[in-house]
Design a protein around this ligand. Structure first.
Ligand SMILES: [Fe+2]
Length: 243
């Protein structure tokens, strides 16, 4: 199992607050059967230079890797470094994007605006794919749907050759009131039906409200669509990571 979207590195964003929490999160990933965790800390182009981000990420990564020295072999999953790059205007032509791809790949995880997408947004995403020749994975696609009253930009974005990622938590049943439907779950299930070549991530931030939950989400998918759906997702994920 691969967790493609996580905030497990300590002290770099709003994810793990310290190395103790990082250890707990990674042990939990292992306990659930996750073999590879992609660490994707938030990158905001308007608040930090790429170099500063990469330096901070490297330090947090090395601190995390040192955990292995004191633990029995195989206690922690393999770590790959990446970033969750928040959309910014002109992103399509930004020369620094290749520096923010997932380790050893030409794949970039993009977080889209939490607002109505515009023509400019579509053009930027298209340029990342067609001009910069990078592979785009769109982070947690279920979180933008409610902002897209005008569906034309949404349709245009999803007509591009990109790979959607959904958070496993969105597949998990939540307690809702009697007359409230779980909209995110409904969306996630529906989306998977029409986009079977997608990727899963827990988008875990901590050991409280946003814990690693890859296993529970996968079980919901297997129950609804069978193991073949997960096999297809795993194939897509390995392919995108060059594994
Ligand atoms: Fe995230």
């Amino acid at each position: 199992m691969i967790d493609f979207h996580t905030h497990v590195l300590p002290g770099i964003d709003d994810g793990s607050r310290n190395i103790g929490m990082t250890e707990a999160m990674l042990r939990e990933e292992s306990a659930q059967g996750t073999g590879i965790v992609v660490a994707t800390p938030h990158f905001y182009a308007n608040s930090m230079s790429v170099q500063k981000f990469l330096d901070k990420r490297q330090a947090a990564f090395e601190e995390t890797e040192r955990l292995r020295e004191t633990l029995p072999e195989g206690s922690l999953p393999q770590l790959m470094t990446g970033a969750e790059v928040y959309y910014f205007e002109g992103m399509g032509d930004a020369e620094m994007l290749p520096r923010l791809t997932i380790e050893g790949t030409d794949t970039i995880l993009v977080e889209m605006p939490f607002a109505q997408w515009t023509k400019e947004v579509c053009r930027d995403i298209e340029h990342i794919i067609r001009k910069q020749k990078l592979r785009v994975v769109l982070a947690h696609v279920e979180r933008y749907d409610e902002f897209q009253k005008d569906r034309s930009a949404w349709d245009e974005v999803f007509s591009l050759p990109l790979i959607p990622q959904i958070n496993t938590g969105s597949f998990i049943k939540k307690k809702t009131g009697l007359f409230r439907t779980d909209k995110k779950r409904k969306f996630a299930m529906q989306f998977l039906k029409t986009h079977p070549d997608m990727i899963l991530g827990s988008d875990c931030h901590n050991m409280e409200g946003r814990r690693p939950n890859l296993k529970a989400g996968r079980e919901e998918i297997a129950a609804a669509f069978g193991d073949e759906a997960l096999e297809r997702i795993d194939r897509t994920t390995r392919e995108v990571l060059g594994l």
